[in-house]
Design a protein around this ligand. Structure first.
Ligand code: CP
Ligand code: NVA
Length: 307
């Protein structure tokens, strides 16, 4: 399969077969069964928001591939002083073989991609976090042996990046995805987004506001922060709205006995998840964090032409 030169902005742009191929490459590279490298290649890593895992996994990933990850904080680039997205995309492409960006507004990464002549990889925008979902699907494959047919319950803000990518990726591979959120439009996916996702889904996608009913017989319970980056002003409202939606052992008790707990991290113990869950044997959050590196290295070698 030839994915060389493609952008990676949302999993909506990738077919089921392409996603499965990338996961297979990731799994083989992790096991040491496949070696692909990117010697002398540079990945620009443009950040407008904070990061621990994304920066580290991409930068360390490029080192392992024999290339280099170049960290750029937007504040210290001319983009931070008003240079256009278009000129930035064109200029960056003259120095590097790939661009990874974590930006507030998804339109900005689309603008970079439209002007770049090298692959552009989305490392989180307001709309999507596809690299995280690739790592999540890799983790579920390792833990459960499959993704298709499983019940994945995402508890949290279903109108934002992490739920969007979770429902796109997992339903594409045939999982049945339930988004569990407060009954308010601001926490629900837009109808047009749901329509797009359902059109490509091999499994079902539904929204619930009833924690016990949603989590019943789940194979995977997933959560994310209630207050995402850039939403700090809404903190009080969100804490009040999400009351009763914490993933704790009582809620996990409604899932299957062998259910796993996932979180993209960073986590806030005592807020969206109880310590008794995230620190328990059912939690796979650090395997999931490690898998960012393996999933992304597969994406990097396939899109940037690794050999
Ligand atoms: N999960 C994730 O993207 O983590 P960081 O914000 O630390 O990069
Ligand atoms: N929804 C979170 C994900 C962090 C990895 C945020 O956007 O802050």
């Amino acid at each position: 399969m030839d994915l060389k030169g493609r952008h990676f902005l949302t999993l909506l742009d990738y077919s089921k077969e392409e996603v499965e191929y990338l996961l297979d490459v990731a799994l083989k590279m992790k096991k040491g069964e496949l070696v692909k490298k990117l010697p002398d290649k540079t990945l620009a890593m443009l950040f407008q928001k904070s990061s621990t895992r994304t920066r580290m996994s991409f930068e360390a990933g490029m080192t392992r591939l024999g290339g280099h990850g170049m960290f750029l904080d937007i504040k210290n680039t001319q983009l931070g002083r008003g240079e256009s997205i278009e000129d930035t995309g064109k200029t960056m492409s003259r120095y590097v073989e790939g661009i990874m960006a974590r930006l507030n507004d998804h339109k900005d990464i689309e603008g970079i991609a439209a002007n770049a002549t090298v692959p552009v990889i989305n490392a989180l925008t307001d709309m999507y976090h596809p690299c995280q979902t690739m790592a999540d699907m890799l983790t579920v494959l390792e833990k459960k042996g499959k993704v298709g047919g499983l019940k994945i319950v995402y508890v949290g803000d279903c109108g934002f990046n992490m739920f969007h990518s979770t429902m796109i990726g997992f339903s594409k591979l045939g999982a049945n995805v339930v988004g569990l959120c407060p009954d308010k439009p601001e926490y629900m996916p837009k109808p047009e987004m749901l329509e797009k996702v359902r059109a490509q889904a091999k499994g079902t996608v539904s929204i619930s506001h009833d924690p016990v009913d949603a989590v019943r017989d789940a194979d995977v319970v997933y959560t994310d922060v209630w207050i995402s980056m850039g939403q700090d002003e809404e903190k009080a409202k969100r804490l009040a709205d999400f009351e009763g939606f914490q993933v704790n052992s009582k809620l996990m008790g409604h899932a299957k006995p062998d259910a796993i707990f996932m979180h993209c991290l960073p986590a806030h113990r005592g807020v969206e998840v109880a310590a008794e869950v995230i620190d328990s044997p059912c939690s796979v959050v650090f395997d999931e964090a490690e898998n960012r590196l393996w999933a992304q290295n597969a994406i990097l070698v396939e899109l940037m032409g690794g050999e």
